[in-house]
Design a protein around this ligand. Structure first.
Ligand SMILES: *Cc1c(COP(=O)(O)O)cnc(C)c1O
Length: 385
């Protein structure tokens, strides 16, 4: 029988034990942890909508009218009209024919990859893709190859060498731990040339990139019947859930085949009501995206450390590469002592030797918040080095 205590001790020995913080306030630029106020650069609430009262009101109003639970899966009797309204609004927002709601991005990724790929398919995936895409690829039982991060030549040579009838390329649009943007135009061109489907996970670009925040496909002006777009709704949208968007047939086939759609309870209708409000706000309040761009430029322009560098990133995700696990944790701890939360991200989430602070910006932050982060980082770095 496995010795769980020994496994946990080994996790401790490697300095990899993770702890959960208890948050006692709404999410926002500031959060309350154990009675103390922290300036937070931890969340994926990029547009500052997670605690928007208009969204909370929409959820509360819907909950009073429709109750809480959806009580069944979408295919049985859990598919409320408000879910359907939301799917239409999401499709319109990202500029694709149809969209299908899921309870989480993780489940949406499992769905789209396992429906498009099977035992006889070849799947090609960026080496830095999100864990949920990697799991999806394994679950599909396809032949899986990973290509060097954003390397079009490497991808092309894999595609050219494939004799599979079904080829699927899978990539994050914005990489969650690096903040860089995939060369989607080039990837889409290769997919077209070699007859491959393209699955784009836009968890960090939906609401942030493109005209009115319509996402990575809009950012690049991409339009193809063979792109499956995954957007998540717990990050910039500030609520919960996810969707897959694409052609009528893609969505129809997902409804028929996707096990993570069929065999799970529909999410509460009040979440759909909240999300309808959120999409309306995301599309209309462009100042939130403008604020993000300004804050990212301010951070990159003012942070000067001797031994660390910010990765080049034009998105809300601004990683500061530290290197060693314990150094990254020490820097994160030093900031926490000074009332600032920035998570240290360690392997296996990122490659060995590239432990980092993942600074994520939000439209809820002010320029003064970023200045305080820069000041405290410089102070902490001076003490530790
Ligand atoms: C967060 C994330 C997911 C998972 O989405 P959830 O809705 O949180 O399950 C998938 N892909 C990427 C790139 C993500 O960052």
């Amino acid at each position: 029988m496995r010795d769980l205590a020994a496994e946990l001790a080994e996790i401790d020995r490697q300095g990899l034990r993770r702890q959960r913080r208890l948050i006692d306030s709404p999410q926002g630029a500031h959060v309350l942890v154990d009675g103390r106020d922290y300036l937070s650069f931890c969340s994926n609430d990029y547009l500052g909508l997670a605690s928007d009262p208009r969204i909370a009101d929409a959820a509360a109003e819907s909950m009073r009218r429709l109750g809480v639970g959806a009580a069944a899966s979408h295919l049985v009797s859990g598919h409320h009209r408000i879910h359907d309204d939301l799917e239409r609004a999401l499709a319109k927002y990202v500029g694709l024919p149809r969209a299908l709601l899921f309870s989480a991005g993780y489940l949406a990724n499992l769905a789209v990859v396992t429906v498009l790929a099977g035992r006889t398919s070849d799947v090609f995936a960026d080496r830095l893709n999100h864990a949920s895409l990697n799991d999806a690829m394994l679950l599909s039982r396809a032949r899986c190859r990973r290509y060097a991060h954003c390397d079009l030549a490497a991808l092309e040579s894999l595609l050219a060498g494939s004799i599979a009838a079904d080829k699927i390329v899978i990539t994050d649009a914005v990489f969650s731990m690096d903040g860089d943007i995939a060369p989607l135009s080039g990837i889409a061109r290769l997919c077209e040339r070699y007859g491959a489907w393209l699955v784009v996970d836009d968890a960090h670009g939906f609401g942030v990139l493109g005209e009115k925040g319509g996402g990575a496909l809009r950012h690049f002006g991409l339009d193809s019947a063979h792109i499956a777009y995954v957007g998540t709704l717990g990050k910039a949208a500030g609520v919960s859930g996810a969707f897959v968007a694409g052609s009528e047939q893609l969505v129809e086939l997902l409804i028929q085949r996707a096990r993570t759609y069929i065999y799970t309870t529909a999410s509460p209708p009040s979440l759909a009501a909240a999300l309808l409000k959120s999409v309306e706000i995301m599309a209309s309040e462009s100042w939130r995206r403008q604020r993000l761009v300004e804050l990212a430029a301010r951070l990159a322009g003012s942070l000067e450390l001797r031994n660390r560098r910010l990765l080049a990133s034009s998105t809300a995700i601004q990683p500061l590469i530290v290197g060693g696990n314990s150094e990254a944790v020490a820097l994160s701890d030093a900031l926490a002592m000074r009332g600032i939360l920035v998570p240290a991200i360690r392997p296996p989430t990122v490659p060995k030797g590239s432990a980092r602070l993942r600074i994520s910006l939000s439209a809820a932050h002010t320029a003064g918040d970023v200045d305080r982060l820069v000041e405290e980082l410089q102070r902490a770095e001076a003490v530790l080095s």
